[in-house]
Write a protein that binds this ligand. Structure first.
Ligand code: ASP
Length: 322
């Protein structure tokens, strides 16, 4: 038995603000990443390989705020964060503020495999990438017009914005709202091992040097075979202060909550009380799935060995509606 769950960011996503064509392109981007990850799980591959492959695929898709479609800092630079964790060993790798790295998640994976340091940032991470011969591309590769326009619109407002309130035609769904984005994956493989991965371009028009929860093990990403695997998306400053992914694991471990109860408690109660918007995806050791979000929408999708293949965006769809 295996399960793979992915997300592509949360925000003020509404059917009215999206053309059917845009909606379909997001759904097919999610579906494609699911299929890539599932191919690994199906042939008995590890959850760690599956989450890396699915996130890599989402990083390569310009629609999502990670890798190719990353947000810009207010200086017009793409600085990316990513992290990955293995539930069986608690090994983890994370990178922050990396530039021109085609797939930040694969750089984080190299760090996990090396198993010496957990988090490398900026110049040190770039140097490690060169040593590992990780693919580098030019700055132009990351340029998408709608993220650039979103950055220009937001940079004078004086506060950091998140990205999935922006749809690719450049229109802001709710100009007063925060802007979210990010991609992530969690999986359970046929051995029952869990893994989680997250990658992001961060918030729109963020301050240069800002690091979000997606690079922080325990906040944006966590996996532990005793409890669950979690990947988060939302206003990173709140997810860091709430230590969100680890908090969900702790509620399961010490309070005996189910994955759904723990994830709901954190997303719909704790984060809301702090003012933090966003969502999480999670899987537990029995293959149960949770996809709670406290925003109007979250791009998410899952696939299971018993034949479920689902893509969702809005609150009234699939398990999000239950
Ligand atoms: N959590 C990410 C960050 O704060 C952004 C997001 O998920 O939209 O960098």
């Amino acid at each position: 038995m295996y399960t793979l769950v992915i997300h592509g960011g949360a925000g003020a996503l509404s059917r009215d603000a999206m053309t059917p064509e845009i909606e379909n392109s997001f759904r097919s981007g999610l579906s494609h990443a699911l299929n890539i990850g599932e191919a690994i799980l199906k042939r008995g591959g590890s959850s760690l390989d599956a989450v890396e492959a699915a996130v890599k695929e989402l990083e390569d898709c310009p629609l999502f705020n990670a890798g190719r479609g990353s947000n810009f800092t207010f200086d017009g630079i793409n600085e990316m964060d990513a992290s990955i964790m293995e539930g069986a060993t608690l090994r983890a790798g994370a990178v922050s503020m990396v530039r021109r790295i085609k797939n930040p998640i694969s750089l984080a994976r190299k760090l996990l495999d090396k198993n010496e340091h957990v988090l490398l940032t900026a110049e040190g991470a770039q140097r490690f990438a060169r040593e590992c011969r990780i693919a580098e591309v030019s700055d132009d590769y990351f340029h998408t017009d709608f993220r650039w326009r979103a950055m220009l619109r937001n940079r004078d407002s004086g506060s950091s914005k998140l990205s999935e309130d922006v749809v690719p035609d450049g229109e802001v769904c709710d100009p007063l709202d925060k802007k979210f984005g990010t991609v992530g994956a969690v999986a359970m493989d046929i051995e029952g091992n869990l893994a989680a991965a997250t990658s992001t371009g961060g918030t729109t028009a963020k301050y240069p040097g800002r690091v979000g929860d997606s690079a922080i093990i325990g906040s944006g990403t966590y996996a532990n075979n005793e409890t669950c695997a979690i990947s988060c998306t939302g206003h990173g400053e709140y997810f860091i202060r709430n230590v969100t992914a680890h908090e969900i694991s702790n509620l399961m471990m010490y309070k005996g909550m189910s994955l759904n109860e723990a994830a709901d408690e954190v997303v719909h109660k704790q984060l809301i009380e702090m003012g933090g918007r966003g969502g999480v995806i999670g899987v537990d050791t029995k293959g149960n799935i949770a996809v709670p979000f406290n925003t109007p929408g979250m791009y998410h999708a899952y696939i299971t060995s018993d034949g479920q293949h689902f893509t969702g965006i809005f609150k009234d769809e699939g398990i999000a509606a239950k």
